[in-house]
Design a protein around this ligand. Sequence first.
Ligand SMILES: Nc1ncnc2c1ncn2[C@@H]1O[C@H](COP(=O)(O)OP(=O)(O)OP(=O)(O)O)[C@@H](O)[C@H]1O
Ligand SMILES: [Mg+2]
Length: 324
Amino acid sequence: MVDPTPDAAPPVLELQHLRKTFRVGFWAKKVPAVRDVSLALQAGESLGYLGPNGSGKTTSIKCLLGLVVPTGGHARLFGRPASDPHARARVGYLPESPYFYDYLTPTEVLDYVGKLYGLAAADRSRRTRELLGVVGLDEAARRPLRGFSKGMLQRVGIAQSLVADPQLLIWDEPLSGLDPMGRKEVRDLMVELRRQGKSLFFSSHVLGDIEALCDAVCILDRGVAVAQGHLSELLRPDALESEAVLGMSAQTEAAMLALRALPEATVTLTPTGVRVVLPTAAVAALCRAVADLGLDLRELSARRDSLEELFLRKAVARGPEAAA
Ligand SMILES: Nc1ncnc2c1ncn2[C@@H]1O[C@H](COP(=O)(O)OP(=O)(O)OP(=O)(O)O)[C@@H](O)[C@H]1O
Ligand SMILES: [Mg+2]
């Protein structure tokens, strides 16, 4: 994801030491929204953008779309400046809170977006029908958006980002506002888009979804990228711990002594036995102790480092005011 080799094709999306400071109020007080973010997304990959509220995700996404002018650094799409309309034309964008004129119907919105991209009438009509089916809005296709729920508007937002069959999707919180069924449908859609070779850059607070859908992540905290890379590198399997649950027989004095003597073991009593957490490398020693002492081993599992643990370690959650 980061530091592409110089000869490789340019990343589909790139931020280099991006900075954005807003000036607000009469005294033009400085609000540093993005302080230093560098990242790159290669074609066909998917990158999850995470961070507490107010950490600068939406601001940097807007810089990528040329909607906000950076204070420093660079934002590029397909190797061109983010402001270049040719680069922008290859991107499907879902804003954080999609807003449409509420007297329009989903069919009219998608047709209008198709016109903006220069699609012929027959293609627009086919694409509109197809996409309304993909996002589950066939039945509401001709109802004005005025009466739409947040999740239904989100579905229109997703559909309009796909009208021109873009190479790169930049989605700001695609899973927000959706019911469980809708979330599953959008997750499946993202898997399908990946299968088609599209590149995905999306922000989300749903860490489980990011973990399931992304090759790589970038975690922001107060405008700074505090961790980034492929999940396989960040969630290091070699640093994992294992957890064993033993029956009551492990509560004897001799057994407790033997278990506590295992390398870096944390031994705790439970109502029904003993729980041992220790480095995976020490599992063989644990199994020997279990055999020697004739203990009742009920469960043995690897404790995988989760994205949630990484996120909590790297990004200290604070309120939006604190970030300002
Ligand atoms: N137009 C603006 N004018 C002034 N300050 C702004 C503006 N847009 C964003 N900010 C400030 O920039 C900071 C980052 O906001 P941003 O919306 O980028 O965060 P975020 O990571 O997308 O948060 P969330 O997870 O809540 O969507 C916040 O302190 C916010 O108040
Ligand atoms: Mg945001």
